[in-house]
Design a binder for this molecule. Structure first.
Ligand code: HEC
Ligand code: HEC
Length: 292
């Protein structure tokens, strides 16, 4: 009962905001399709739908990558690295990786060798660092080296430099299953992120769940509402003609509810990133996806 009532309130708000009828006609299932990517090393099949992990019981049963909700031409762009506009940024990440840019000429490559040394990291982050007990995103690790090991000013969390590097590092985990820890040292961050996910913010009093759990499948204007997964992040967004990090996407979504948003790299958004990532446990990391 309660759940139904809540849902209809959310749908009323959605309807008021976006001026569409939400009952019946505006719903469509995620597209039934397979993602096999042509890469330099041959075809690579990604897992874009998977059974939900146990911790999602009552919330989700089947997980779908956001890829399933996009138009044919957008999905096609991700099927071939040659057509994926995000690969340009991965290439810039490689240049930056190899460049002597530290105060004493240090480069990432000088200490880490090839970028493939980062394989697996994107699949398990955000994670609590064993040595420091801090919650770490890929960006936090990068800035740790930039400041402490290269003597530079921290890179802006959503700067081009950071996102090129994020794209490069994420690519090294492409095809690996997202496997973010939710228990142990991660438990308090998971709980905090989950609470934020279900909190209604802003004039519209909507939570992430109002759209991405209760109303996935609906169309908001031309937008087919997905589960709001971040296995595809960073993503190349056609609308922005650039790379977007997960937390940048969160900013946009919170703004749409007419709420004050948290900042990228705030404790709140880091915890939210961990929680949202864990909702995709079992889906493949897409490296750099393409969205509209
Ligand atoms: C002076 C050597 C040095 C340089 C230069 C350096 N790093 Fe590191 N980096 C390290 C060390 C040491 C660690 C910690 C490894 C560990 O704890 O196992 C690390 C850890 C990391 C991690 C976390 C990896 C993991 O699996 O936990 C990332 C990501 C990273 N570095 C990225 C970079 C990037 C990007 C650059 C260039 C902008 C860079 N590093 C430059 C030495 C360096
Ligand atoms: C008013 C409805 C609404 C709310 C509330 C909302 N979003 Fe979204 N979100 C959208 C729409 C529309 C899109 C674009 C279509 C899609 O991928 O679902 C989107 C896209 C996303 C994506 C990109 C998915 C992909 O694969 O490209 C993520 C991640 C996301 N949202 C996370 C969140 C989080 C986290 C929250 C809560 C802080 C949130 N959203 C709140 C409407 C919403």
């Amino acid at each position: 009962m309660h759940r139904t009532a809540t849902k209809s309130v959310a749908q009323t708000f959605l309807g008021m905001t976006f001026g569409i009828a939400l009952a019946g006609a505006a719903f469509a299932d995620p597209v039934d399709d397979k993602l096999v990517i042509e890469t330099d090393n041959g075809p690579l099949e990604l897992v874009t739908t998977a059974p939900a992990a146990a911790h999602l019981e009552g919330a989700l049963t089947t997980l779908y990558s956001g890829w399933h909700y996009r138009e044919d031409d957008t999905r096609d762009m991700e099927r071939d690295d040659f057509d994926n506009p995000g690969m340009v940024f991965v290439d810039m990440g490689i240049d930056s990786w190899n460049k002597a840019q530290g105060v004493n000429g240090e480069s990432c490559a000088g200490c880490h060798e090839g970028p493939e040394s980062m394989a697996g990291l994107r699949a398990v982050t955000p994670r609590v660092d064993e040595k420091t007990g801090k919650l770490m995103t890929v960006e936090n690790y990068v800035n740790g080296c930039v400041t402490e090991r290269m003597g530079l000013e921290a890179w802006g969390m959503t700067s081009d430099k950071m996102k090129d590097m994020l794209a490069l590092i994420s690519m090294q985990s492409r095809g690996m299953p997202v496997n973010v820890a939710t228990d142990g040292a991660a438990a308090p961050f998971y709980a905090q992120g989950k609470e934020i996910y279900y909190t209604r913010y802003g004039q519209l009093e909507m939570s992430c769940a109002s759209c991405h759990e209760d109303n996935q499948g609906l169309f908001i204007r031309a937008d087919h509402l997905s589960q709001g997964q971040i296995n595809g992040f960073p993503t190349y967004r056609l609308k922005d003609a650039g790379i977007l990090s997960a937390q940048q996407r969160f900013v946009g979504c919170v703004r749409d509810t007419r709420a004050e948003t948290f900042k990228p790299n705030s404790d709140e958004f880091k915890a939210l990133e961990l929680y949202v990532a864990s909702r995709g446990n079992g889906l493949s990391v897409e490296g750099v996806s393409v969205r509209h």
